[in-house]
Design a protein around this ligand. Structure first.
Ligand code: ADP
Length: 237
């Protein structure tokens, strides 16, 4: 029997009384890579904020089970150039992910240090431990923030538009990294405009629009929603 981590039923998301998207139903099972796609402004980030507990659902139901029942998730926010002049080192930034694992602590214990080193190795930045975040390339910054997210939780990782602001030359590296994370047991929910590349990774697609759709990649490709592949607003979609 499959084990689900998140189940959303007839979910309605938005702000105060402004509904942004509704009738959203989906499940995230252990081992899934779910890509959330849709036009700009359709409500993908709002849905993510709702799953992270930042925004309250306006209706419907979300349940978190198994590894997700603690509601502690790894989260990669969109790359923001304004944060790129952090004076901190790579190690300090990755280690800060451990703070969210439990109560605030001034020193990292042996277990924390093992976790920090494990995820720095996994994403391939162990040789950058002492480098300043500000001196890194976009791809290295992204790896640093992914390692930090994994320190918070390595069972379920949310990625918000991970390709935005990333130099195209790092895109293939990023897709290889997602495959590595998946092989290491990380379940991934990823918002992406790059539907073509999302389809190469995802096993399930959640389409957010006037009408929402959720299904396997194969069912999505045979559905009417597949027509967003034909150009649409985003060109690369
Ligand atoms: P997407 O991620 O699909 O591009 P968003 O979820 O960011 O879409 O935005 C969906 C809609 O919600 C947009 O119309 C946006 O202006 C609106 N919105 C986003 N954030 C807020 C907020 N904090 N308060 C009110 N409206 C918001």
């Amino acid at each position: 029997m499959s084990e689900y981590l998140i189940k959303a039923e007839e979910l309605k998301v938005g702000y105060s009384k402004q509904v942004v998207a509704e009738n959203i139903s989906f499940t995230v099972e252990k081992g899934d890579i779910v890509c959330v796609v849709g036009e700009n402004g359709s409500g993908k980030s709002t849905l993510l904020k709702t799953l992270l507990g930042i925004t309250k659902p306006l209706g419907g139901k979300i349940s978190f089970e198994g590894d997700a029942s603690s509601k502690r998730f790894g989260y990669l926010p969109q790359l923001d150039e304004s944060q790129s002049d952090f004076p901190s080192t790579v190690y300090e930034i990755v280690a800060s992910g451990c703070i969210s694992r439990g109560k605030f602590k001034l020193f990292y214990n042996k277990e924390d240090k093992e976790i920090i080193n494990k995820y720095m190795r996994l994403v391939g930045i162990e040789n950058l431990a002492k480098s300043r975040f500000s001196s890194l390339s976009g791809g290295q910054r992204q790896r640093t923030l992914i390692a930090r997210a994994l320190c918070t939780s390595s069972s379920l990782l949310f990625l918000d538009e991970p390709l935005n602001g990333l130099d195209p030359k790092f895109r293939n590296d990023f897709f290889e990294l997602v495959k590595t994370l998946h092989e290491n047991g990380v379940t991934i929910v990823m918002i992406s405009h790059d539907l073509k590349q999302s389809l190469s990774l995802a096993n399930k697609i959640l389409y957010i629009g006037e009408e929402c759709y959720f299904g396997s990649k194969e069912d999505f490709l045979n559905s009417k929603f597949d027509n967003i592949l034909e150009g649409g607003e985003h060109g690369n979609i």
